[in-house]
Design a protein around this ligand. Sequence first.
Ligand code: ZN
Length: 377
Amino acid sequence: MVGADRLATAVAGLRGQLSDSAQAASATTSVATSAIADPAGSAVDVAHRTSPGGRAAMADANASDALDVSGPPEAVRAVEVAAAGDHYLLLVGHPGAGCRRYATLLHQLRPALTDEEALEVAAVQSVTGCLGPDTSLALTAPFIAPHHSMSMPALVGGGSGVTRPGAMTQAHRGVLFLNDVSEFRADQLEAVRCAVDDGEVRVARRDGVFRYPARFQLVLAAAPCPCRQPEQDCSCSPHARRRFLARITGPLLDRVDLRVRLRPPDDSAPGTSAPEVGSNLRTRVSAARTRAAQRWAEHRGSTNADVPATTFTHAEFRLPRLTTAPLDQALENGAMSGRGWVRALRVAWTLADLAGLVRPGRDEITEALEFRDRRPS
Ligand SMILES: [Zn+2]
C-alpha cells in the first residue's frame, strides 16, 4: 500500500480492498467506486493541492505555506489547540472579523496526510471524478466549504441516477467549514451531526444502502447577530442576538469543543502581546500531535479527539478528582453534558501536550472549560 507513486495504482489497490470489505459486510451495503461527476457543483469551495512529489515534498509543501497569524491572541490560540488535537471549532464574528482566515489557518496547520489517509482521499476523489489518470497522491487534507443553499444530496450524497458522495465525504480526512452556519437548515445540521457521530454517511437507495466515509474536522462560523453588519454599524438588541444564535445551539454545538468570539480587527490592540510567529505555531502543533500519537499508540488513537473515551478511565490516564473538580462541578450542576465532560477532558490533554506536560493539571482543565463556556452571545 505504501509507496504507490501513481494514483491509478494506489486507487486500484484500494478499490480491491473496498470491494472485499463491502462483500464481507452486508448484502444491503455497497461502496460506490465508479468514476462519476462532481456532485457538489459550484456550491462548494474546494482547496486541495496535489504534487508529483512524495512524503518529503508533502512536508516541504506544508512548511512553505505562509501562515497569517495576525489577530486576537485568543483566536490564534483556539486555532492552535484545534490543530493540535483535531478538535472542532466555532468562530463567531462580524463580517470582516476573519472567520474564513482562521479556518484556513487551521487547515494549513494540519499535518500532511498519512499514506493510508492519502489513499482514502484518493478513493473519494476517484468516485467524484476529480482524478485524472496522471494525478498524483494529494499532499494536503481537503478543505471543503459547502454553502447553505446546497441540496441535501450534494451535502450528504445521493442524487438522481448514479449515487454520488456529498460534500461531507469530500471533506473526509480534512476540514469541513460551515460558514454562516446559522443559515443552514435544521435537517442539514442534523445530517452533519450524524456524520460527526458515525464517521460516515449512509444513503438509502432503492438498490441498497450506500455508505461513504466522512471523518472530518468540523469548523463552524457564524455572525453574532441577524444584521450581518460590521460591529460599528450593528444596532441589534441583546435579545435579537440571543434569538439569532439560538439557531446553532443544541446537539451540534454540544459537539464543538472550542468556541471563540472574534473581536473586530481594530479592537485587537496590537502590541499588547508578542506577535505569534507562524513557524513557532507550526512547531508547537507538530510537537503536541507527536506527543499525543505516541501516548495513544497502544490505545487505538492518534489524536486526543479520536482516542476512545474509555481510555481516560484507565488508571494510567485517570486524573485526580482535585484536578477535574471544575469539570465535575459543571456536570453536576447541569451546565455540561456527559459528552461535553469528555470532550473538555480531551481538550485539556491537548493543552497539556502543547505545554509539554505529562498530563493535564488544574490550569489545563480550567482553560478547556473556558473554551466550552464561551457562549456565542
Ligand atoms: Zn447586528
